[in-house]
Design a protein around this ligand. Structure first.
Ligand SMILES: Nc1ncnc2c1ncn2[C@@H]1O[C@H](COP(=O)(O)OP(=O)(O)OP(=O)(O)O)[C@@H](O)[C@H]1O
Length: 760
């Protein structure tokens, strides 16, 4: 219980902080209004104004986002200093009022213990409601405390337990007030290289991944804001579930995407059977697609006769092969190499035309008049060029060339390939051993149309790499834009050089070098580009070749080898954080080790961090899960629970009507919380019909009180109460069914029911 005077003291400091926040907000609001009023004028002025409006609006949104829980902690240091910790840093004119939780000085708040106090004598958790302090929770970190308490593993235990036992809302919350030491180490790890975070269900992997994004953006803002941070999650429902966390930490410049979103212009929502997705995800698809592209670089199997303006021209394999070899040997991608092939074929055809129309029948002086030209053909080089140009424009010739070496788009290539059994079979038979069996090719076969599946996306991306996009228009536009920026930057430098030092009055400013002294025009142009109105995340979402500053992958165990190739292309620096749990994957063909995933890209140069404590699942449910799965898969070792809920899981077997009654009871007992029924795909329709209170569908709204999900949909989510239907069917339903059951059983934060349906 906090004394009234202590509460009052904290309240008065908190009021000062909020007062300052209000001032800052008012200042930004004024600047925003002023920027909006500014006239457009030249394109430069307009773009400057838009950038200013964007920057001010963004800052205002950040201030609004931190209104709740602005300040949540205090550290008293041995040297007498007192630091308040909060969501952002706030300064008064002469002193810091609030320290950003990501600042190095705030770190002891998360890692100090009685044995290793990091100079801290008191750590205080401050609970607020609105702008009022409602409770304080103090930990004294001195040697006496160390002697009596030992080195406790949990920091801020009361605040932590209160966060963990609060009802769920269908949206993930940030954990900034109660980050634990093992989590803090991951959040603040260096950004370079690949960091793998392995941990069982509920160990906070997702929370840590999101807080790490916020930490990296804060600490390395210069490097990261221009290139952006990408966070990849398994599906749209999951992204919605986590979507509030970064905004609540005042970070907005992050692109959240599923693997199916990573090919701009395509929304991959087509569903397809797991075995089909598994084939598409195999590494062998790289060769398969390369073979499919080569298969589109043809020569006539039989000599072709092409009718050009009533005259026949012949095209044989021998005519075309040298051009094809030359085009392939150029090392250019399919579309870029096409002109080499086209030129070669046109030369062959032009020679035939020239032979016909330019041949001089008397060139060798058959009549002995000694007046022959002594050249067999009357046409010169320019005549031949005209013939080539005519042929190039001739629709019949163009159609023939298109047949042999077509200009291809990734979508066109894949559509044609899936649609033609013969093309699938030819691509599969490349090399000594077939890449796919006939049955696997049959699984890939499908008619054109119907949209793309998430597993198609890495294949489209691979195809784009093989084909080379025709990006001439985009490159020309980019060059024009750069020239514009350069001219503008030069103008800025001329003006600043002209005004050099005249306006500088106070000494501090005089010490700042003039912009023209430190920056060339092209550097400044780059800077201006970075401050484009659209954020890096927004621009990245529309650019397939965008390279991110850092990539974070959640549920990383689910990604296929082809998806990894795509992601690695988006992050050549390999500055990545991958979080996941190999024991939770239900994907066919999933990796058995992180080494297997990463060795093609970074060999053994990656770091592993492990999270060992489960914050979500109470001890009773963890113990039940351990018992149920110990024989099914002894490799599954659930993490250590941090608390018990005092409620044992229930088990029942019965008819559908009994299940309905039990689920209805659980919904009634929920209070403010959320419930999920997790059932095998084959049971979904019957359960949806029998339980209309459950929200169903491919992407159900998790803010609804009760939802019906498959295991795949439930991955990464959590609910106060979970009822798992037909556990045995889940376990035996797929080769990795034990993993699926593990996922399902570890979703609840309070109550678990396990129900086996009897046949009707
Ligand atoms: N330090 C913490 N303070 C408060 N809550 C925490 C903390 N760490 C984790 N949690 C909570 O525990 C729950 C599980 O976290 P999270 O979803 O990140 O786990 P996970 O390891 O990603 O789980 P899964 O593997 O099942 O997807 C969340 O509600 C999260 O907010």
């Amino acid at each position: 219980m906090s004394s009234l005077s202590t509460l009052a003291e904290e309240q008065s400091h908190l009021s000062v902080i909020y007062g300052r926040l209000d001032e800052l907000r008012a200042q930004v609001r004024d600047r925003l209004a002023e920027a909006r009023r500014r006239g457009g004028g030249t394109p430069e002025a307009r773009s400057q104004r838009d950038a200013a409006v964007h920057a001010h609006a963004d800052r205002l949104a950040r201030y609004d986002a931190v209104e709740h829980g602005l300040c949540f902690g205090r550290l008293d240091m041995r040297d007498g200093e007192r630091l308040h910790i909060g969501r952002i840093g706030i300064h008064d004119t002469d002193r810091p009022l609030l320290l950003d939780w990501r600042a190095p000085a705030a770190r002891p708040f998360y890692v100090a213990t009685a044995v290793t106090p990091h100079g801290v004598t008191l750590r205080r958790h401050i609970r607020t409601r609105g702008r009022a302090v409602v409770e304080l929770d103090d930990e004294i970190l001195d040697l006496d405390a160390a002697a009596t308490a030992g080195d406790r593993t949990l920091t801020g235990e009361a605040a932590l337990l209160s966060a963990l036992t609060a009802g769920r809302t269908g949206r993930m919350r940030d954990i900034v007030e109660t980050i634990q030491a093992e989590q803090d180490r991951v959040i603040r790890a260096e950004p370079g290289g690949v960091l793998v975070v392995q941990g069982g269900p509920g160990t906070g992997k997702t929370a840590v991944a999101l807080h790490r994004a916020a930490y990296l953006l804060y600490t390395y803002r210069e490097q990261l804001s221009a290139r952006g941070v990408l966070i990849v999650g398994p599906n749209a429902t999951f992204l919605r579930y986590i979507s509030q966390v970064l905004p609540s930490l005042a970070e907005t410049g992050v692109l959240l995407a599923t693997p199916g979103d990573l090919y701009p212009g395509i929304t991959a929502r087509r569903s397809e059977p797991a075995p089909v997705a598994e084939i598409k995800g195999r590494a062998v698809m790289v060769e398969f697609l390369a073979a499919a592209v080569r298969d589109r670089q043809r020569v006539p199997a039989e000599p072709w006769e092409i009718d050009v303006d009533g005259h026949p021209l012949r095209l044989t394999a021998a005519d075309c092969e040298p051009s094809r070899d030359r085009a392939r040997a150029s090392g250019l991608r399919h579309n870029a190499a096409r002109p080499i092939f086209v030129t070669g074929v046109l030369d062959v055809l032009a020679a035939q035309v020239a032979d016909r129309i330019g041949a001089d029948p008397f060139w060798d002086d058959p009549l002995g008049a000694d007046d022959a030209l002594a050249t067999p053909n009357l046409l010169d080089e320019s005549d031949r060029a005209d013939i080539r140009a005519d042929l190039a424009a001739n629709p019949v010739v163009r159609a023939a060339i298109d047949e042999l070496w077509p200009q291809l788009t990734p979508a066109g290539l894949l559509t044609d390939l899936y649609a033609a059994r013969t093309a699938l079979a030819r691509a599969a038979r490349t090399g000594a051993t077939p890449l796919l069996t006939a049955a696997e090719c049959e699984l890939l076969h499908r008619a054109p149309g119907g949209g793309w599946s998430p597993a198609d996306v890495p294949l489209l991306d691979e195809a784009a790499e093989l084909l080379g996009e025709d990006d001439r228009a985009a490159r020309a536009a980019a060059a024009r834009e750069r020239a514009r920026r350069l001219a503008y930057a030069q103008g800025v430098l001329d003006i600043t050089a002209g005004s050099k030092s005249y306006e500088l009055e106070d000494d501090d400013e005089a010490a700042i070098p003039n912009i023209a002294d430190v920056m060339e025009a092209d550097m400044l142009a780059e800077r201006l580009a970075e401050r484009e109105v659209r954020s890096a995340a927004e621009r990245a979402a529309t650019d397939r070749e965008w390279v991110f500053g850092h990539v974070i992958v959640d549920e990383a165990q689910e990604l296929s080898p082809m998806a990894w190739r795509l992601l690695m292309r988006r992050c050549p620096s390999r500055s990545m954080t991958l979080v996941g749990d190999l024991a939770q994957t239900g994907a066919l063909g999933a990796p058995s080790s992180w080494s297997q995933v990463l060795s093609p890209y970074v060999a053994e140069r990656w770091r592993l961090a492990e999270l060992t404590v489960s914050y979500r699942t109470p001890a009773e449910i963890m113990e039940y899960t351990r018992r149920l799965l110990s024989t099914a898969d002894p490799a599954i070792v659930p993490p250590q629970p941090v608390r018990s809920a005092g409620v044992e899981p229930w088990e029942a077997t019965g008819a559908l009507s009994e299940l309905v009654a039990r689920v209805t009871y659980e919904i009634d007992a929920l209070g403010d919380g959320r419930l999920a029924v997790i059932a095998p795909a084959g049971r979904q329709a019957a359960l949806a019909a029998a339980l209309p209170a459950l929200t169903t569908g491919p992407s159900p709204d998790l803010e609804d009180r009760a939802v019906l999900l498959t295991v795949a949909q439930a991955k990464g989510l959590e609910f106060d109460t979970v009822v798992v239907v037909d556990p045995e069917r889940v376990r035996t339903g797929s080769p990795r069914g034990a993993n699926d059951l593990y996922v399902a059983l570890t979703r609840p934060t309070r109550r678990l029911g396990v129900f086996t349906l009897l046949p009707d």
